[in-house]
Design a protein around this ligand. Structure first.
Ligand SMILES: [Zn+2]
Length: 289
């Protein structure tokens, strides 16, 4: 699932292709937008806000899209017959003289007056890759509810805009806390917020997402999508469980050897990870170290 860095890069690519250019074609294959035609307008700018994409036009309108699970925007030369991949999932085609942007399997598409963009993205927490990134406000929002599970707080776009399951798992690993640990167990929330920001920032310009500093395949990240594999740090087995309440629950990968704090067991109750010391009978949470 695309996270903030991918969405940021998509906005950069779209802005380079469309920004300042006139639309000579517009095909929005979305029920509520079937009659909308933006051709004749020019694209002023394409920006990202967390995981949202905002394409602003000279007509004072913003085409808002969200990639959700498997969406993407790609750019091809206008009129390039070989450029189109699959036509089945195409939801939007914006054409300029030189470049055509194609929105594929988009999770959301709507059109609002640019003046009302806030209604779409005003609820978001500080945008990790935004020009107005605000670490102080991010720390405030993160620590607002100290009992909340760290992983769930990170995934909440009202806390920090741009984190998905990949950066959540990696940030928790680097903090040596399981995703089910309460936020209050983060030793230095300011430093932690800076770490999350750094993770997205160093990866925003490249396709591979690297959190280990090691660019070799299979060694690029510590926890995410590595369940059953040996931990790169301790050699123990990386595990996976769900975090959050269905249907909004998400996968969370972690290493029981490296990360302290509660973790779900097969019967669904959180308990201390295996191998991390004594546990009192009947005590399912360890809330403080
Ligand atoms: Zn480990």
């Amino acid at each position: 699932m695309p996270e903030g860095d991918v969405v940021w890069r998509t906005a950069q690519r779209l802005d380079k292709a469309l920004g300042g250019r006139d639309l000579i074609g517009c095909d929005l294959r979305w029920p509520s937008l079937a009659t909308v035609d933006l051709s004749g307008q020019s694209v002023l700018q394409v920006v990202s806000a967390g995981k949202h994409l905002l394409t602003r036009t000279s007509g004072g309108q913003t085409l808002h899209s969200h990639l959700r699970m498997e969406g993407s925007w790609y750019v091809e030369r206008t009129g390039d017959p070989g450029g189109r991949r699959s036509t089945a999932g195409i939801r939007a085609v914006l054409t300029t003289n030189e470049w055509t942007a194609v929105g594929h399997k988009l999770g959301m598409l709507d059109l609002v007056p640019t003046a009302r963009e806030r209604e779409l993205v005003g609820h978001l927490g500080p945008d990790l890759l935004g020009p107005d990134w605000d670490p102080v406000e991010a720390e405030r929002r993160l620590t607002e509810n100290p009992d909340r599970e760290l992983g769930a707080a990170l995934l909440d776009q009202r806390v920090l805009a741009g984190v998905g399951t990949f950066y959540m798992a990696e940030a928790c690993f680097l903090a040596r806390l399981t995703p089910w640990s309460p936020v209050r167990d983060v030793a230095d929330p300011g430093e932690f917020v800076a770490l999350v920001h750094r993770l997205l920032d160093v990866n925003k310009e490249r396709v591979d997402q690297v959190t280990t500093g090691d660019l070799r395949r299979g060694r690029q990240n510590f926890a995410h999508a590595r369940s059953g594999l040996p931990c790169l740090r301790c050699g123990g087995t990386v595990r996976v469980a769900m975090i959050g309440t269905p249907p909004q629950d998400r996968t969370a990968f972690y290493c029981p050897g490296c990360q302290q704090g509660p973790a779900p067991t097969d019967d669904g109750r959180p308990q201390k990870p295996l191998g991390s010391g004594r546990r009192k009978q009947g005590s399912t949470y360890r809330t403080r170290r």
